[in-house]
Write a protein that binds this ligand. Structure first.
Ligand code: MAN
Ligand code: CA
Length: 304
C-alpha cells in the first residue's frame, strides 16, 4: 500500500521530467539531482522495493531462526526432567556399584590382613620347628653315640657278669665298685675302706694313667651337678698319714706318679687322705682332704 503510493509518486516525477524537454525547466539540474538522491538514490543499487523485500526476507528468516531456536530450547527444557531422572538412575546405579566395590575392597583388605597374619604365624612355626629339629638331631646324635658306647661295653658287661659281683664293673681284669648310687651315703676315708674290706676288696690303687683316665671318665659321667665340687670327690687308697708329704698306697708302696690338681696336695688343715674328683683334665683329678670328710669312694679287687 505504502509502496504503491511511493511508486506512483516516483513515476509521476519521471514522466514530468520526460515531458519537460521542450519546456523551460521548472527545477535546476542541481535541484533535480537533490531530489533523485534524497528520494530514491541511484536506480541500479538502491531499489527500495528490493531493499524492502530483502529486509522483510531477512526479518522472516531471523524470526524463523528464533522460532526454531525457541522450539529446540523448549524441547530441551521439556526433555530436562527425563534427563535428570535418567542421570539420577545412572547415579544410583553408580552408587550401588561403588558401594559394592568398596565392600569388596574392604573384605579383600580384611582377607589380606588375615593372610599376612597367618603367614607370619607360619614363619614363626617354621622357625620354631627348625630349632626343634636341630635339637632333635643333637639328641639323636647323642643317643647314637651312647648306643655305640654301650654296645662297646656289652662284651665287657657280659664278661663282668661272669667275673665280678653284681654292681661291680670289670675293667682290665679287675672289679671296681663306685658308690654312685644314693643307697650309699658319703662317709669318711676309714668307713669307706671298711665297706670295701667287707666286700673282699680295698680302696682303689690308681697306679697307671690308664686307670686314672677310666676312673675319671666314669666319675665325670656320673657327676651330680647339684653337688659342690668339694663333696664330689671319691676316696682312693692313698694317704700320707705316717709321714707328712710322703704319699703311700695301702700296701705301703710309695706314690710315683700323682694326678694332683694344681696346688695340691696342700695339706690345708691336716689333709692326709687322697680323693679323686670329676674334672675335664683327668691328670688334675686329685686333692688331699681331711680323712674325716664324708665323700663317695671306689673299691677294687681282682676279677675271678
Ligand atoms: C679346697 C682346697 C683343697 C682342700 C679342700 C677341702 O678344695 O682348698 O686344697 O683340700 O678345699 O675341702
Ligand atoms: Ca688339699
Amino acid at each position: 500500500m505504502e509502496a504503491s503510493v511511493f511508486d506512483s509518486a516516483y513515476n509521476k516525477l519521471i514522466s514530468q521530467e520526460d515531458l519537460s524537454v521542450d519546456e523551460p525547466p521548472r527545477h535546476s539540474n542541481q535541484e533535480k539531482q537533490q531530489v533523485s538522491l534524497s528520494m530514491v538514490g541511484p536506480a541500479s543499487t538502491w531499489d527500495p522495493k528490493r531493499v524492502l523485500e530483502i529486509t522483510l526476507a531477512v526479518l522472516a528468516a531471523v524470526l524463523l531462526a528464533v522460532d526454531i531456536g525457541l522450539g529446540v530450547y523448549y524441547n530441551h527444557l521439556t526433555d530436562e526432567p527425563r534427563k535428570v531422572e535418567s542421570i539420577n538412575r545412572e547415579l544410583a546405579t553408580l552408587h550401588k556399584t561403588y558401594n559394592a566395590a568398596s565392600q569388596r575392597r574392604h573384605e579383600s583388605q580384611k582377607r589380606l590382613a588375615e593372610e599376612t597374619r597367618q603367614q607370619q604365624i607360619t614363619k614363626w612355626q617354621l622357625e620354631h620347628q627348625t630349632i626343634r629339629s636341630k635339637d632333635y638331631k643333637k639328641q639323636a646324635d647323642k643317643i647314637q653315640l651312647d648306643i655305640a658306647v654301650l654296645k662297646s661295653h656289652l662284651p665287657m658287661l657280659n664278661e663282668g657278669c661272669r667275673r665280678c659281683s653284681p654292681g661291680w664293673t670289670l675293667i682290665n681284669s679287675a672289679c671296681y665298685f663306685f658308690s654312685f648310687s644314693d643307697r650309699y651315703s658319703r662317709r669318711s676315708w676309714q668307713e669307706a675302706r671298711q665297706f670295701c674290706n667287707k666286700h673282699g676288696s680295698d680302696l682303689v690303687v690308681v697306679d697307671t694313667s690308664e686307670k686314672q683316665m677310666i676312673i675319671n671318665q666314669l666319675i665325670n659321667h656320673h657327676q651330680d651337678p647339684s653337688m659342690s665340687i668339694t663333696q664330689s670327690g671319691f676316696w682312693i687308697g692313698l694317704r700320707d698319714v705316717e709321714e707328712e708329704g710322703v704319699w703311700r698306697w695301702l700296701k705301703g708302696t710309695r706314690l710315683i706318679e700323682g694326678y694332683w690338681n694344681d696346688g695340691e696336695p696342700n695339706n690345708s688343715g691336716n689333709e692326709n687322705c687322697a680323693a679323686t674328683y670329676p674334672r675335664d683334665n683327668p691328670f688334675k683329678g686329685w686333692n688331699d682332704a681331711p680323712c674325716s670328710y664324708n665323700l663317695k669312694w671306689i673299691c677294687e679287687m681282682p676279677a675271678n
